[in-house]
Design a protein around this ligand. Structure first.
Ligand SMILES: C[S@@+](CC[C@H](N)C(=O)[O-])C[C@H]1O[C@@H](n2cnc3c(N)ncnc32)[C@H](O)[C@@H]1O
Length: 211
């Protein structure tokens, strides 16, 4: 979602969000107050299991990474290019006593070792990157996944343009066509395991494994 964004500099192309409270309010509107159920649904799609090593790329204000840490019962990593979003993520994790290591960084050059994670999550974030940077990000997510690991991508299948109402006022997002997502991940060295609608708005998911 690109509710309060500006373009980052050349070192970090992407739509980096700077207004975390506004973002959380937008998600609250988008999920009609049901964000917890929405996040749990995403973790179900990722088939997250206790003990798995998890990275959330473009973690925003950290809600998904926090929920993931509770499910795996271990420390989860969350990365975002926005210090403002990460500051709110850290305060939410402290409040929830969740074990999440938040890092400021770019999705195109992940600061993690090869094969460090069992599961990588990227929700509502790929549409924030220009196409070339999506390719870099997809290759990086492939690199940091362990053999047999899983990548879950969730994104809007249709752009928000033309929508009306309160949500539209706060919420103008881009999209990644499902077929473009499949092609992007295949080209980055993934096999598509599952894909389809999330069941919330026009969100689409792809679960992929390193090929
Ligand atoms: C719409 S938010 C999604 C946040 C979270 N994944 C969620 O599901 O709510 C997209 C996030 O991607 C971050 N972002 C944009 N470009 C980025 C980049 N190049 N590297 C890392 N994060 C980036 C933004 O700052 C923002 O927090």
């Amino acid at each position: 979602m690109a509710s309060s964004a500006h373009q980052a500099g050349a070192a970090n192309p992407g739509l980096v969000l700077r207004r975390p409270h506004r973002y959380d309010f937008t998600v609250w509107l988008f999920t009609r107050g049901g964000e917890r159920g929405f996040r749990e649904k995403i973790l179900d799609l990722a088939k997250l299991k206790p003990g798995e090593r998890v990275l959330d790329v473009g973690c925003g204000t950290g809600t998904l990474a926090i929920a993931a840490s509770k499910r795996v019962g271990a420390e989860v990593h969350g990365l975002d290019a926005s210090v403002e979003m990460l500051a709110r993520a850290e305060s939410k994790a402290r409040r929830d006593r969740a074990k999440v290591a938040f890092t400021e960084g770019a999705a195109q050059t992940l600061p993690y070792a090869d094969g460090q994670f069992d599961v990588v999550l990227a929700t509502l974030m790929l549409h924030h990157l220009p196409r070339k940077d999506r390719e870099l990000c997809a290759r990086e997510m492939r690199r940091v996944l362990a053999p047999g690991g899983r990548l879950l991508v969730v994104d809007f299948a249709i752009a928000a343009q033309g929508q009306k109402g309160v949500l539209a006022h706060f919420h103008r997002h881009g999209h990644v066509k499902p077929e473009a997502l499949t092609e992007l991940l295949s080209n980055a060295g993934f096999s598509i395991a599952e894909s389809g609608p999330v069941g919330v708005s026009d969100l689409h998911f792809v679960l992929a494994t390193p090929s």
